[in-house]
Structure formats: structure tokens, C-alpha cells
Write a protein that binds this ligand. Structure first.
Ligand SMILES: *Cc1c(COP(=O)(O)O)cnc(C)c1O
Length: 384
């Protein structure tokens, strides 16, 4: 069991809640910043993975930019004190008000996913007498070797522009007066732990980049997106992802020209291991073959297991008895409301405190009020 949980202090907090290890978040940010700086790489934090105010405050203190996928996220980033010049805005369906918000605040770049979107951005920029910086999101048709729900870079995918449509894009760009092509953008998926997928991405990026250069368009920014995975199986062994190896793939794989910048949009790899969902055991229920540990947190607090069949390590923080197997389930009226099947836990009883680990990314931010539950509160290791 991890010894990084201050059990007694956590026992005084109303469950379920998110617990953030701020010291680990800080070490992770230090590592990612240092490793990126070695190569002159620029990192934008994918705010969709976690928009908790204290988490954002720490991320901002390390000077990262922000990658947003909605107007609300752009607003949250601005409210959290991030500079507009460090904000990029992606997303396949941007409403006019969201584009206007970006233009009015002079954000760094719109990552554009279709020609119609380009036209609207051009019109709205023209109305304001502004020029919008854009990066074209291109679908590189690379298999991210991850869960099919979170792979985004294959050709039959709603995201990005396919390579055979690029000429339409450059034709459109040449006609638009209020658009400046700033870069090319890629994002192949999430929770990618096999770095060879990123090597494949580099090969495709180089080809596409060459093509842009042949069209006399030299993108200043090569944005390779995010997607670096974390170790859900063993968060204590691997609390910080291999940023060094990850950046090295791009350093070695990308053919850059002159003063081009390489941008990254990392979410899960920054916040994932720093958060856990802390929940209390309500009852142990004996099934026919299975023992259920029914806890007071569920898919309303952490939906990843129900939504993506995602694995999270589960620990009983308050028992050291011999291990038994439990299905750990929540109280929500859905059969998919389960955190794990046949989980080995020390003998568990009512009142035990359970940690669902590696829940810092796509956890709190996906909480819902289904069954009219409350959005969970948060506790921070440096404020207990
Ligand atoms: C979700 C997303 C990211 C971040 O993905 P992670 O797997 O959390 O690193 C980056 N860029 C875009 C465009 C995204 O949609």
C-alpha cells in the first residue's frame, strides 16, 4: 500500500472526495518542464484533463501554456491567470461565441479542424479587424494502439482534416485575409504508452510538413498534441511518466527547419497520478459467488471505469488484514457503476477508507450530478 496517504487526516473529511498529492504534481511539473526545456519544446497543459483551481495555480506557476477545447475552458484559463498569448483553442465544433471569445482576448492560436470552421473564423476576425492565428489539425492516420474510444488519429474519425483534403485547405487559406497560418497540429489519441506510436507520428508529420513547404507555406509551429500515458497498474512504481524518453522520440524523429517551434499538449501525463478518489465502504454484500464492497463514491465522481472500461488501482487505506477478493461498486443506479471486479483487498468492512488511484486526469472534471448527487469536494496534501 502507498504510504503517501495521511489516513487520519483523510478520515476526518466527508467522502467521497478527490485528494491531490501536490508534492507529486510539483515534481511532475518540474520534470516535464526541465525535459522540455532541454530541447526548446513548448508545453501547453490540456486543461480538459483537470481544471481544479489549485491544480491550475500550480501548473501556471511553472509557466506552461494551456490547450483548451471549449470557450468555457478558455475562460477558465484566463480566470486562472494564464496569459492569452499562451492559450490555444482546439475542438471540432466551436460555436461563434467561443471563437469570438478567443478573438476578443487575442489567444495565441485556433487549432482548426475543417474548412467551414476556417471560413467562420475568418469572417469573425474580419468583423473585428483582426487576424486570427490558426494551426490546421491534420489527421495523420496513425494508430495510437490505445482504447478505440480514445484513439483520434485514424482516417474515419470526426477529428482533424484528412491529408487528401489539404489542398482545399490551402486554397481556402490563400483567399482568406484575416487568417494567418501559424502551424500544423496533430493529436493521435490518449493513454499511449507504446512510444513507437509517436515515432510513427513523427514520420507522418515530416511528410505532411514537407508538403506544406512545397506549397510555399512554412508553418512556424509543429504541434504534436498530447496523449502520453501513465501507469495505472502501478502508480507507486511509476508516479512520473517517462517525459525524457517521450521528448527524445520527437527530438530524434522530427525534421525541423530553422526556427520552428515544437508544441505539446499534455494532460493526463501531468495530472493523472497526482489525484485519487477517496471513498468510504458503506456495506459488504455477499453475492452468489462474489463479495461486493459497496462504496459511497461512484461513476458520478469517477466515470472512467464505466465509460472506457478503464482500470484503476484500488486500495483499502485502513485495513491490513489478509487479502480477499471484492467487486468494488458504487451506489449509482447503473450496472456499469463498478470500479473493479475481483479486486484483491485486505479484508474490508464498513467504514474502511478506499483510494481509487491515478484519478487526477479525467476524474473530477468529468463528475456529474446524475442521481442528483453533489459534485465532489477536493482536499490537498499541503492543506490538511
Ligand atoms: C485531449 C487532448 C489532449 C490531451 O490528451 P492527454 O491524453 O490528456 O495528454 C491534447 N490535445 C487535444 C487536441 C486533445 O483533444
Amino acid at each position: 500500500m502507498s504510504d503517501s496517504f495521511p489516513l487520519q487526516k483523510l478520515q476526518n473529511i466527508t467522502t467521497p472526495f478527490y485528494y491531490y498529492d501536490m508534492e507529486l504534481l510539483e515534481r511532475t511539473l518540474k520534470t516535464v518542464s526541465e525535459e522540455a526545456q532541454k530541447h526548446g519544446f513548448v508545453v501547453h497543459y490540456a486543461i480538459k484533463s483537470n481544471a481544479n483551481p489549485r491544480v491550475l495555480e500550480m501548473i501556471r506557476s511553472f509557466g506552461l501554456g494551456v490547450d483548451c477545447v471549449s470557450g468555457f475552458e478558455v475562460q477558465r484559463a484566463l480566470d486562472a491567470g494564464f496569459k492569452a498569448s499562451g492559450i490555444v483553442f482546439a475542438g471540432v465544433g466551436k460555436a461563434d461565441w467561443e471563437i469570438e471569445l478567443g478573438l476578443d482576448n487575442d489567444i495565441a492560436c485556433f487549432n482548426v479542424e475543417s474548412v467551414p470552421e476556417l471560413e467562420i473564423i475568418n469572417d469573425l476576425a474580419a468583423q473585428r479587424g483582426k487576424t486570427a492565428n490558426v494551426a490546421i489539425r491534420i489527421n495523420p492516420n496513425v494508430n495510437a494502439k490505445t482504447h478505440h474510444y480514445i484513439t483520434t488519429g485514424l482516417k474515419e474519425n470526426k477529428f482533424g482534416i484528412n491529408q487528401w483534403d489539404l489542398e482545399k485547405v490551402t486554397d481556402a487559406l490563400n483567399k482568406m485575409k484575416n487568417i494567418k497560418l501559424e502551424g500544423i497540429h496533430f493529436h493521435i489519441g490518449s493513454q499511449i504508452t507504446d512510444l513507437s506510436s509517436f515515432q510513427d507520428l513523427c514520420v507522418r508529420v515530416n511528410e505532411i510538413h514537407e508538403w506544406f513547404v512545397s506549397q510555399h507555406l512554412a508553418p512556424r509551429v509543429i504541434n504534436v498534441g498530447g496523449g502520453l500515458g501513465i501507469d495505472y497498474e502501478d502508480p507507486d512504481q511509476n508516479p512520473i511518466p517517462d517525459f525524457e524518453g517521450y521528448f527524445k522520440v520527437f527530438k530524434e524523429g522530427l525534421n525541423l527547419r530553422g526556427d520552428q517551434e515544437v508544441h505539446f499538449e499534455l494532460g493526463r501525463s501531468i495530472t493523472g497520478q497526482a489525484g485519487s478518489l477517496i471513498t468510504k465502504v458503506l456495506y459488504i454484500k455477499e453475492g452468489v459467488k462474489t463479495k461486493f464492497a459497496i462504496v459511497d463514491g461512484g461513476m458520478t465522481e469517477l466515470i472512467r471505469p464505466a465509460l472506457y472500461q478503464a482500470y484503476h488501482k484500488i486500495e483499502n487505506l485502513s485495513s491490513a488484514a489478509p487479502e480477499e477478493k471484492y467487486d468494488v461498486v458504487g451506489p449509482i443506479c447503473e450496472s456499469s457503476d463498478s470500479f473493479g471486479k475481483a479486486v484483491s483487498l485486505p479484508r474490508t468492512s464498513r467504514g474502511d477508507l478506499v483510494a481509487v488511484r491515478s484519478a487526477g486526469a479525467y476524474g473530477e472534471v468529468m463528475a456529474s450530478q446524475y442521481n442528483l448527487r453533489n459534485i465532489p469536494a477536493s482536499a490537498y496534501s499541503d492543506q490538511l
